[in-house]
Design a protein around this ligand. Structure first.
Ligand code: AKG
Length: 248
């Protein structure tokens, strides 16, 4: 796909899948760092299963910071949103074999609206660290749902979630897509794209690194939001590989 095809897909569907965003060598390095979470939180799903994540706001000087500052991601995000962006937050999502929980249907802007961002000019890049399949709880997206505007979110388990009846009505009109992808591929999705994921019913983990960006012009009002917006400095293309030795 050319970059302009990617943008057309993103504008039509609210997401675009980029295959082989990271090399196998880079992905292997990230896999070795993925379980070293510093501040792992559990956000139980509707059935009380543990959905785990490690989330941080600053662009860290570690291997994940090197990913979040890659031109192959940041330049795409700038092109997809049509303006300059800064790092909003990053997170490692962990679904352990057999026990990893679901993520209920939501929009990321459902959360981020309350952080004082006036527009949904925000985007997440989800990089698969393990092959993501239906069985291990890959992301599910609803193409075109970013055009519904921001929907109301309530609570389900420990997560923000949209009323299941409304989701049912949406799914009568729009399809559900299982974003299965090999490790190293990435899904770029709009802040208003409806997404969820099922529990991990398989014997293998499903880990993902998600780096999120906000348009520079959309900085939160009144000192709300995530940390302090910082101009994003790009990392060298080989910066991820530099962490190979440290991972061992
Ligand atoms: O990791 C997942 O399956 C869900 C991620 C997600 O919904 C999010 O980061 O907003």
């Amino acid at each position: 796909m050319t970059r302009s095809e990617e943008k057309a897909a993103f504008e039509r569907d609210g997401y675009v899948l980029v295959e082989n965003l990271l090399t196998a060598e880079e992905t292997a390095i990230l896999q070795q760092h993925a379980d070293k979470g510093r501040d792992v939180r559990v956000m139980p799903d509707a059935d009380g299963r543990a959905s785990k994540l490690d989330l941080w706001m600053d662009v860290r000087g570690d291997v994940f910071g090197a990913v979040a500052r890659q031109a192959r991601i940041v330049e795409r995000v700038r092109a997809l949103l049509g303006e300059d962006v800064y790092h909003w937050h990053s997170k490692v999502m962990m679904k352990e074999p057999r026990v990893g929980g679901a993520w209920e249907w939501h929009q990321d802007y459902g959360y981020w609206y309350t952080d004082g961002c006036l527009y949904p000019r925000m985007l997440s890049c989800m990089v698969a660290l393990d092959p993501a399949t239906k069985a291990n709880g890959c992301l599910q997206v609803i193409p075109g749902s970013h055009l519904l505007g921001r929907l109301e979110h309530g609570k389900s388990g420990g997560q923000s979630a949209i009323d299941p009846q409304r989701i049912e009505a949406v799914l009568e009109r729009l399809p559900r897509v299982y974003a299965e992808m090999p490790a190293g591929s990435a899904l770029f999705f709009h802040g208003n794209t409806l997404h969820s994921s099922g529990p991990n019913t398989s014997d293998v983990p499903r880990r993902a690194f998600i780096c999120c960006y906000n348009a520079w012009s959309n900085r939160p009002y009144g000192g709300k939001g995530h940390g302090k917006p910082q101009v994003l400095e790009l990392a060298a293309p080989e910066a991820i590989l530099a962490f190979a030795a440290a991972a061992k």
